[in-house]
Design a protein around this ligand. Structure first.
Ligand SMILES: Nc1ncnc2c1ncn2[C@@H]1O[C@H](COP(=O)(O)OP(=O)(O)OP(=O)(O)O)[C@@H](O)[C@H]1O
Length: 265
C-alpha cells in the first residue's frame, strides 16, 4: 500500500456534474509519482472532463480529489496548476497567435495565453530555447505562432507544458491532426521525455492505441463517465477489453511494443 506522499493523484468517488448530467461518476483513481498512464475511451466518454480535474482546472462536484498531496477545494488552485503541465488543443486554441514561438513557450511559466502577461528571466529564456531544441523547433523561435503547422503547434505546446518543470505532465490527444510521420515523431519524442524524466508523472489521453508510446504501461479505460478498466497495458490491450471500453467489436494486434486496433465488420 502506498502512502499519500508516493501518490501523484488520489481520487475517491470523484464526480463532475454539468447541465444536469454526470460527466464523471464515482471515479476512483490512484496514480503513483513517476507513473505513465493512458486514459483511453470513445468520444464523449469523459476523458477531457477527467483531465480538467487532473490538471486542477475544474473542482469536482462530489468526492475527494487529491493531486500532489493537495486536496482540491482546500488548496490554492493557481499554485497547484504551476506544478502541472497541460498540453492539448484546448491550450493551443487559447494561445494568442501573434506571440512568437519563444513567447508561447514562456507563457507556460505562469500559464497565461497572451504576451503582455509574460514575465520571464534570462534563465527562463535559456530553458525555453533548450525545450524548443528538444522538440526540434528552436530555429522557429522568432516566428509567429499563427504561422505554424498543426504538428509544429503541438510540439510548441509540449515545450510550453514542460517549461515550468512540472511534476505532472498531461497530454490531451497530442497527435490530433498530425500526419503519419509527424505522429510517429511525436510518439518517439514523448517516449524520450518519459525516459529522460524518470520522476515525471505523465498522463496521455487518446482514442487510438497506435499513439501509445511504449513507456506508458497503465491503461485507464473510460466509457459513459465511468472507469471501466484500470490496469497493466499488456493485460488490458486485448480485443475483448478494448471492445468493452469502446462498446464495439474490435481486433487488437500487438506489433513489437506498439498496438493497433480495427473494428470488426
Ligand atoms: N458543460 C457541459 N455541460 C453539459 N455536458 C457537457 C459539458 N461539457 C461536456 N459535456 C458532455 O460530457 C460528455 C463528456 O465530455 P468530454 O469532453 O469529457 O468527453 P471526451 O471523452 O473527452 O470526448 P472526445 O473524445 O470526443 O473529446 C460529452 O457527452 C459532452 O457533450
Amino acid at each position: 500500500m502506498n502512502s499519500m506522499q508516493d501518490l501523484a493523484i488520489d481520487f475517491r468517488r470523484v464526480g463532475v456534474k454539468a447541465g444536469g448530467r454526470d460527466l464523471l461518476l464515482d471515479f476512483d483513481l490512484s496514480i503513483d509519482l513517476g507513473a505513465r498512464f493512458v486514459i483511453l475511451g470513445p468520444n464523449g466518454a469523459g476523458k477531457t472532463t477527467l483531465l480538467t480535474v487532473l490538471s486542477g482546472t475544474v473542482r469536482p462536484s462530489s468526492g475527494q480529489a487529491v493531486i500532489l498531496s493537495e486536496l482540491l477545494g482546500r488548496t490554492d488552485m493557481r499554485t497547484l496548476r504551476r506544478r502541472i503541465g497541460l498540453c492539448g488543443s484546448s491550450v493551443i486554441e487559447r494561445l494568442n497567435g501573434a506571440m512568437t514561438v519563444l513567447q508561447c513557450v514562456l507563457s507556460g511559466i505562469d500559464q497565461v495565453f497572451s504576451p503582455w502577461w509574460i514575465a520571464s528571466t534570462a534563465k527562463d529564456e535559456a530553458r525555453a530555447h533548450e525545450l524548443l531544441e528538444l522538440v526540434g523547433l528552436d530555429p522557429l523561435s522568432g516566428r509567429n505562432f499563427s504561422l505554424l503547422s498543426m504538428g509544429e503547434r503541438q510540439q510548441v505546446a509540449i515545450a510550453r507544458a514542460l517549461v515550468s518543470q512540472p511534476e505532472i505532465l498531461l497530454l490531451d490527444e497530442p497527435s490530433a491532426g498530425l500526419d503519419l510521420g509527424a505522429r510517429e515523431a511525436l510518439v518517439n519524442r514523448i517516449e524520450r521525455i518519459a525516459h529522460n524524466n524518470p520522476a515525471l508523472t505523465i498522463g496521455l489521453v487518446t482514442h487510438h492505441l497506435e499513439e501509445i508510446p511504449p513507456a506508458f504501461d497503465r491503461i485507464i479505460g473510460i466509457n459513459s463517465a465511468r472507469k471501466v478498466v484500470d490496469g497493466n497495458k499488456n493485460a488490458l490491450l486485448t480485443s475483448s477489453v478494448v471492445g468493452e471500453i469502446f462498446g464495439i467489436d474490435v481486433d487488437v494486434t500487438r506489433i513489437g511494443e506498439r498496438f493497433v486496433a480495427f473494428a470488426r465488420v
